[in-house]
Structures are given as structure tokens and as C-alpha cells.
Design a protein around this ligand. Sequence first.
Ligand code: G16
Length: 541
Amino acid sequence: MSINLRTVYAFAREMYPKLSTEYIQYGTAGFRGKAEFLDSVMFRMGVLATLRSRFRGGAVIGVMITASHNPEPDNGVKLVDPKGEMLDASWESIATDLVNVSDQDLEQHVAKIIKDNSIDITSSSHVFVGMDNRYHSPRLLKAVADGVIALKGNVREFGIVTTPMLHFFVVAANTKETYGKPTEEGYYEKLIKAFELLRNGQLENGNYKNNVVFDGANGVGARKMLQFIKRMNKSLNISVINQGIGPGKINDECGADYVKVLQRPPISMPVVEPFTRCVSVDGDADRVVYFFTNEKGEFQLLDGDRIATLVAGYLMDLVTRSEIDLRLGLVQTAYANGASTDYIVNELKFPVSCVPTGVKHLHHKALEYDIGVYFEANGHGTIVFSDHAKATIATASETKASAKTLLLLIDLINETVGDAISDMLLVETILNHKGWDVKDWISTYNDLPNRQLKIKVQDRNVIETTNAERVCVKPEGLQTEIENVVSNYKRGRAFVRPSGTEDIVRVYAEAATKEDTENLAYEVGVLVQRLAGGVGPELTK
Ligand code: G16
């Protein structure tokens, strides 16, 4: 096969010219921004994925077109490496350089990537592409596909799928179907089979009732959940709201991010009995949170920390009962509620580590354990099992029922990345086995009141952090001022960091009471506005 890099330039010039010279940065989960400026980014990511596939000996690389939790006008791209993880950190700067180079320099720049990484450009390459249901996604998908075609790679399009489905397909193909079949049906089949075997005909148990309300955020998760329902043997009654039909916009007043950050139910919530389990996923269905209202009509959230603690406790119990010796660990970020960390360390006696925001960081840390549980407070996470863990569990399952359960759980869990639907089915399984309702679940510990703010600044990169984002090192003086403010609040904790997906600075605060938390968040927000170039309206309490 002969490849002429001139073609890459020709495609770029004629079809995907760079419309803006503004520097674009690889963020927490790839590139993200206003959809109208992303055509050239997408074309170049098609090129990059093809090079990456050749670099990895022809393994399948995934490209997902989505802006996940962001508002409808935004779009973005997530790259999936052969084992289902996010693109290796060492290639993030290659990606950034590639999207920022001018059209004129593109041909030469691609030649340099090929040379620097000793890529055999004539070898085979495979790229899987999927998209969310934003109206601009098909246009951007075509740009990615053209990037692959420009380098004579093989592209397979999956159409509208959730992000975790695309991760699943990539791993399924790269493991020669040991992980599952790389098709939509293969995905549904694997998860539903494991879920129904784990249910074993027991639909209700103790306080556990077999009903759940599912907020699909007007995104692809809603569509796919409807497909699940069609294929499930009535093993769970799921009513889907915010299905993406009609005027509702993706993530607008609904979805996991809205529910978690604003701590309120999504739009279109039907009137339900107090304590009914409700679930919200985000626009590409890779994160999930639970919520309910109590008998006083008060909103109660069960976020990623709650899911992590529920799962960790349950897995530990199964491992103990199976009499096997495996190293379990839990990974969180600075956003984890202090009460959840206390519970994990003091009650569950689980080793816990804290890493920077971004599932890419959590996933890598979790791989250090035999069973690594990772969840961000926003509901993004999964569980990874080492080969040693899988083999040990398989052997034990010949004699122990608890190990048999563990083996089925491995099939239910989408280990490749956080998967809202798989995570939800896992939570439903655990609650069902324990005979728990949300009251039992939430009573395991008391969350500290917490609050997040989004602050607009001129340039969010003036903020730099260290120590897993818990300490701000720039601009100078901001950290000392934050510490001064925090010291006035009982159980106070606060940090600030630039978002890697939105053009804002995030403020997190927690304290002993709700009022203190609101005041602390406000005070820190004002500090950010004053010391980091705030541009938004003045903050009000
Ligand atoms: C992405 C990442 C998450 C991260 C979130 C927010 O989620 O995959 O790990 O927590 O962005 O990141 P930031 O605070 O930097 O904006 P998603 O669901 O938007 O893909």
C-alpha cells in the first residue's frame, strides 16, 4: 500500500480547513468546545487514530464523538486505546500539536509524527467510530472517517452509541471476542444475561422493590435504555424520562451533572412514591447518580461516592466469603465527600487513594489492585479485575457460591470505562441481594453538605494545582487565602481547579452544615473572581 501524505493536506484544505487560530488543548477527556469549530479537529483525530492503530500493531482504536455532560451546542471527541482505556497520556501532547498546526504545515507535521514514533505507515490500521445524538455529531463523524480514509485506514462506523458501548466494541474486537461480541447486540446480550442470572428470578427482596425511574438526559442513554427494556425479561421495571423526543435538549435541566451539581431532580420528573429509586445518566451515558425524595418531599442524592462504597463493601464481603486472598482498593478524587472517605477508611477498612480528576487517572490507579474500584463523585467509574483476580475467582467458583456471584458480576461490569447502564444494573443487583431500599443505602454514613460553583474567568489556565488538585499553586496567594477562609468553618474543606471540559473554574466546598457550606463556597468563589481574573457577574449568595 502506498500512502501519499499530500492527501491529508488536500482533505484538510478542501473539506476541513482550520477556521480558528485559537489554541485548543487536550482536556480532561479529549477535545471539547463549540461544534462549529470542531470539523478540523475531528478530521485530524481520524488521522491520529489511524496512526495510533498502526503504532499499536494494527489494534483497533476508538473515536467517540460526544461532548458528554456539556450543553447541546458543544461537541467533542474521546479517543479509546486498545485495552479500552482513554488515549495514553504520552499521546495527548501529540494530539494537541496535531490539532493546532496550520493547514499548510499539516503534511510535514504528520510526516514528523510518523518518523518520531517509527510508525510503519503501510501496515494495517483499524478505527471504530461512534457518536452521541447531538444534531452536529453525524457531520463530525464524517470528518473523523475522512481522516482515517486519508491515510488508507479501515474505519467502522457504529452510528449512535453510548461512549461505554464504543469502549466495549474496541476491547471486544481487540480480545478476539473474549470480552464479548463487538456489536450492539453483543453488548446487550452480555450485560442482560449476567444481570438476569444474578437476579435468579428474585425480583423483590426485603425492602428492595423492582421499580426504577431512569432520566436519560435527552441523550443516547435514553435510547439505549429503551433497547435494554425491549430485551430484558421484565427483570426490572424501568420508566424512562427525558427520552430525547420532543423539544427537550441534551443535559438541559436533566441528566447526572445537573442533578449532582444543583442537587435537585431533573425536569419532567413524574410524581412518585417517596423513596422511589431514580437514576440520572449524562449525555453519553458514562456516568450515573441515584436520587429520591423522602417522606417530607426532600431531595436526597446518592452519588458516585455512594455507589463506590456500596460496591466496595459488597465485593469485599464476597471475597471474604469466597476465602480468597485478593488486594482490593478504591480510587477517588478531591471531589469525594469527606464523610465517604472516612467511611471507607474507618468502617470498610479499604485502602483508598486520591488522584486528579479524569477517569483516565482513576483507571490507571485502579489497575494497581487485584480488584480496583474507582468512582468520581459525579458518578463516573467502574471496577477493574486483574487477570490474577479473574483466575482466582474462577477456581473458587467451582466450590463457593459467593465466588460464582463474583464471576457473574465481572460479566455485568463494563470494565473498560465508566458505564452508566452497567453501573446501574450493578447497583440494582447489590441492593436486590442485600434486600435494601434507598433508606438502607443512604443510612450507611451521613454526607457532609457540599456545594460546587462554576466561575467564569478570563483564562482558566492561570490556575495551577498540585497534590491531586487539592492545593492551588497559582495564582500566588490564592491558596493561603483559601486556607484562611476554610479555617473559619467546622469540618471545612475547599479547593479550586480549572475545568478540562468547560471554559470555567470549578469551586468545591464542604463543611459541617448546609449554611456553612454555602458561605464557604461563596467566599472561595469571590477569591477566585478577585485573584484569578473573574469576568462573570458578581457572585451572589
Ligand atoms: C469528563 C471526564 C470526567 C470528569 C468530567 C469533568 O466527564 O471523563 O472524568 O470528571 O469530565 O471534568 P472537568 O471537571 O475537568 O470539567 P464527561 O462525562 O463530561 O465525559
